[in-house]
Write a protein that binds this ligand. Structure first.
Ligand code: SF4
Length: 888
């Protein structure tokens, strides 16, 4: 057994500390780090399952050039030569990097330095553009800097926590658990949830405001007016440290002058609006948490400023338990911003449009060719590839063919791009298939560097596994290309510690308190000091060598006047209207147990048990109007494309709105990339795309049959017009459907299940009258695979069959029942997993709740253990209790 290694979770922006230990059998044990100040030992379901995602299955292990494995030297030479040639022929702006909040800060730093300081273009943008660039733009407008003033402790010290546009329970689960615990410890603490969807986060809400989609800025403008009307202005703070109040108030009063008007705009009850306003007005310690639900709009930046305005007006910023708090989606979105990973930034929070800042960076880097103007933001960058202005792109650690809006255009652009390089840890993603050159990068468990969480906390990621094949650190790959492009002296890094030290030094270079991002107190760390660096919040300077918990209590801001700016937020921007053809508004987001495009979490069976298929969630009245039944398949269409999803009818949705998750890609489903529906409409200040509001229609997807397949081996699904795949314990699970009935079901089934063998042990059942077919393949006495086909979606539940795959030999009783899909004993199928940690299914929960009269999640936990590990499923358990006790 190896020593315990402290590292940081690679998923969301909470930045939880993780303890990893490699066992004697090669398995990796994962625990939460009790000493890490982000999580104090907690992990959510995704973090807890990290050990299940570390197999080499699907890894890119060797450099590949034009489909052939190559040496590193040959691949790096190819990249350097092609980039150099294109730059020589067409100029620096004819090339681009598209990078990622998955990169470590050190990787990000080197990529940004190469593009902005040496190639001389600012055409480097990041997938963080898609999740929080409106928060960045809003903070820069208000504070003059991209500064998150709060920290996680403020969520526990607050008397009022407002969660708006944030399904914290699923997207930042450990923070949700911290808020929940603080509320239990302090019953006076109030939580307000503002969201068009009734999400799991509402589990802790004292007040839930089911706001009309996209209207949060009107609600907060109304709050600003209300605060004025009830004399809650912090005179000292506003008069001494802010500017622009009159204009902001005048605009707010023009459309949000009373609670009645606000309630009408927002689709809320007047009482609820007034209650919210009273709570905010009378509570000094208030934190407003916001995330993608605020940011991902074509007017996301204004929405951010409408929140910040209210905190400035009351002076509730920078002190314990108060402030506006943007939660970042990715593990290192914040680190990417620190090094200038967005196309409109320079390194170390300097501004590309500021000549003085350009000079500072140029001098520090001894740069021959500093970029002089901002580069293309993500959507424009892929448009420029599409129209041929950008002729070479290097994509690092991200999958834009799934995650961008209008993905069909992105794929088209990549397909025609002259030269595409992708560095990634995975071989087959929707993006790698367009690459001329594939470069194998290290992944979590192998990488060595730092990440910064949503609360400005820098934490170390440490390696605990050897790099497989020829995988290399991203910083090494970029540096090697830079050297081959003739920039040798500036990229002679031997390890990530050297890069971190340079980054820290630059942050303090000619700073003298003029820039918020300053970690000069960390420069000059030895390798062992860097290895032992404890989580710390920037700024870290000689005056603040233990880091900085909060900013702005002193009223010093980074605008030219050093005063914070109120921003007038009007309602002239609006999302695209729904129409007769596309009458529903599509909202997109994450689910509890998957991460981004599933390249990692898709490997963990326990993370696929909760939700294993892409779905479209819609209100019962809409499903009725559209004659759609729960569990049937539906086609969701926008003016850009179509996808197919399982229908999930839910009261959580407002009428007129639908929700589809962002995770599924072409590897896991036949047609479920929701980005293919999203308009590439962007916010004018941030360039962030509008993922929260696309007009769509939903209609029944006509199929002649439904089915599922369970198989120990991965299969190529043939002749099914719909399929999805997911992992179970030791098996692959496929949901399938077709619009053509095969001539011979037996032949069809054998072509699927016997792809790897001719002579097999085979059992089958066929009822031609109703087109019901079932077959199973047995190998060496154990179940190898099975297929169940029926005329509609009412097929047997899968859990008992899944359990049979755990046995090395089928017993006679189970073998006889196999094709019924049910155990002979009458034992009940456990049903879809609710608790991922202990694999507790919904049927097991319902039975226990009813038979043992369980009325709280704690009682359920005592009996079944469900919800007692990471706690992510507790809101769902509470809901199941409510539904089943009510129906008694
Ligand atoms: Fe990882 Fe979960 Fe913590 Fe986010 S909340 S950092 S996904 S363990």
């Amino acid at each position: 057994m190896s020593e315990v290694i402290k590292t940081t979770c690679p998923y969301c922006g909470v930045g939880c500390g993780v303890l990893a230990q490699v066992e004697a059998d090669g398995q990796v044990t994962i625990k939460g780090d009790p000493e890490h100040p982000s999580n104090f030992g907690r992990l959510c379901s995704k973090g807890a399952a990290l050990g299940d995602t570390l197999s080499l299955d699907g890894r890119l292990l060797f450099p590949v050039v034009d489909g052939e494995s190559q040496s590193w030297d040959a691949a790096l030479n190819t990249v350097a030569e092609r980039f150099q040639k294109i730059i020589k022929d067409h100029g620096a702006d004819s090339v681009a990097f598209y990078v990622s909040g998955q990169l470590l800060t050190e990787d990000y730093y080197v990529a940004n330095k190469l593009m902005k300081g040496f190639i001389g273009s600012a055409n480097i943008d990041t997938n963080s553009r898609l999740c929080m660039s409106s928060a960045v733009a809003g903070q820069k407008r208000a504070f003059g800097s991209d500064t998150v003033p709060c920290n996680y402790e403020d969520l526990e010290r607050a008397k009022l926590v407002i969660l708006t546009g944030s399904n914290t329970a699923w997207c930042h689960p450990v923070l949700f658990q911290r808020i929940k615990k603080a509320k239990q410890d302090n019953p006076d603490m109030m939580v307000v949830v503002i969201d068009p969807r009734h999400t799991a986060t509402c589990d802790i809400a004292d007040l839930y405001l089911p706001i009309k989609s996209g209207m949060d800025h009107v609600l907060f403008n109304g709050l600003l007016v209300h605060l004025k009307n009830v004399n809650e202005k912090n005179e000292i703070f506003v008069d001494n440290f802010t500017e622009g109040l009159d204009a902001a108030l005048a605009v707010a009063e023009s459309h949000a002058s009373s609670s009645e008007i606000v309630a009408n705009h927002c689709g809320l009850a007047i009482d609820a609006v007034e209650k919210f306003y009273r709570l905010f007005a009378r509570t000094e310690r208030v934190v407003t948490v916001y995330s993608q639900g605020i940011n991902q709009w074509s007017y996301g930046t204004d929405r951010v400023n409408s929140i910040i305005n209210c905190h400035l007006y009351t002076g509730r910023i920078g002190r314990k338990g108060m402030g506006p708090f943007s939660l970042t989606g990715q593990p290192n979105a914040m680190g990417g911003r620190e090094v200038g990973g967005l196309a409109n930034q320079l390194a170390a929070h300097m501004a590309i449009e500021n000549e003085g800042h350009r000079e500072i960076v140029k001098t520090f880097w001894d740069s021959p060719n500093i970029a002089e103007r901002e580069g293309l933001k993500a959507v424009d960058l892929f448009s420029a590839i599409d129209n041929g202005k950008i002729k070479a792109v290097w994509i690092m650690a991200t999958n834009p063919a799934v995650s961008m809006p209008d993905t069909n255009k992105v794929k088209h652009a990549l397909a025609k791009c002259e030269f595409v390089v992708v560095s990634d840890c995975m071989k087959n993603t929707d993006t790698t298939r367009y690459a001329n050159v594939l470069l194998p990068a290290q992944t979590w468990g192998e990488r060595d560097g730092t990440v910064t969480s949503s609360e400005r906390r820098i934490s170390r990621q440490h390696p605990f596994l050897p790099s497989p094949g020829e995988a290399r650190p991203d910083w090494w790959i970029i540096s090697e290309v830079a050297k081959r492009m003739g920039f040798n002296d500036a990229f002679l890094y031997k390890n990530s510690a050297e890069i971190f030290n340079e980054h820290a030094k630059l942050s303090g270079f000619k700073n003298q308190g003029t820039r918020d991002f300053d970690i000069s107190g960390l420069q000059g760390l030895s390798i062992s000091q860097y290895d032992n660096l404890k989580p710390i919040q920037w700024p870290v300077t000689s005056d603040a060598n233990k880091g900085t918990e909060r900013l702005f209590a002193n009223g010093h801001f980074y605008t030219s006047s050093h005063k914070a700016q109120f921003i007038a937020v009007d309602i002239s921007y609006a999302a695209k209207e729904v129409s007769d053809t596309y009458p529903l508004r599509l909202n997109t987001g994450r689910i509890r147990d998957q991460w981004h495009t599933m390249t990692r979490t898709g490997k963990a069976a326990r993370l696929s048990g909760h939700i294993y298929e892409p779905f479209v969630e819609l209100h019962p009245n809409d499903s009725k109007k559209l004659s759609l039944n729960n569990n049937e398949l539906a086609q969701v269409s926008s003016e850009l494309g179509n996808i197919i999803c399982r229908v999930n009818v839910s009261e959580s949705q407002q009428q007129g709105n639908v929700f589809v998750p962002i995770h599924w890609n072409d590897e896991f489903a036949s047609s479920a990339v929701v980005g293919s529906l999203i308009n590439a409409t962007v916010d004018p200040f941030s360039g962030q795309p509008e993922f929260k509001s696309t007009p769509v229609n939903v209609k029944s997807y006509a199929t002649k049959w439904y089915g599922f397949v369970l198989s120990r081996r991965k299969l190529n699904i043939l002749n099914a017009s719909y399929w999805t795949c997911s992992r179970g314990e030791g098996l692959w699970r496929y949901e399938i459907a077709g619009d053509q009935i095969p001539d011979d079901w037996a032949e069809y089934a054998r072509s699927l299940l016997c792809q790897h063998a001719d002579a097999v042990e085979w059992a089958e059942y066929f009822d031609s009258a109703v087109n019901r077919y079932r077959a199973a393949r047995v190998e060496d006495g154990r179940l190898e695979s099975c297929i169940f086909i029926g005329p509609d979606f009412s097929l047997p539940e899968r859990d008992w069959l899944v359990k049979l795959f755990k046995d090395n030999k089928l017993n006679d009783v189970d073998r006889k029942s196999l094709l019924t899909g049910k155990p002979a004993s009458g034992e009940k199928d456990a049903g879809k997993a609710v608790c991922a940690c202990f694999s507790v299914g919904i049927n097991t929960l319902v039975d226990a709740i009813k038979s043992s009269k369980l009325s709280t999640p704690e009682q359920v936990g005592e009996l079944l253990r469900a919800g007692t590990n990471c706690g992510s499923c507790i809101p769902e358990i509470r809901n199941i209790i409510k539904l089943n006790l009510e129906s008694e």
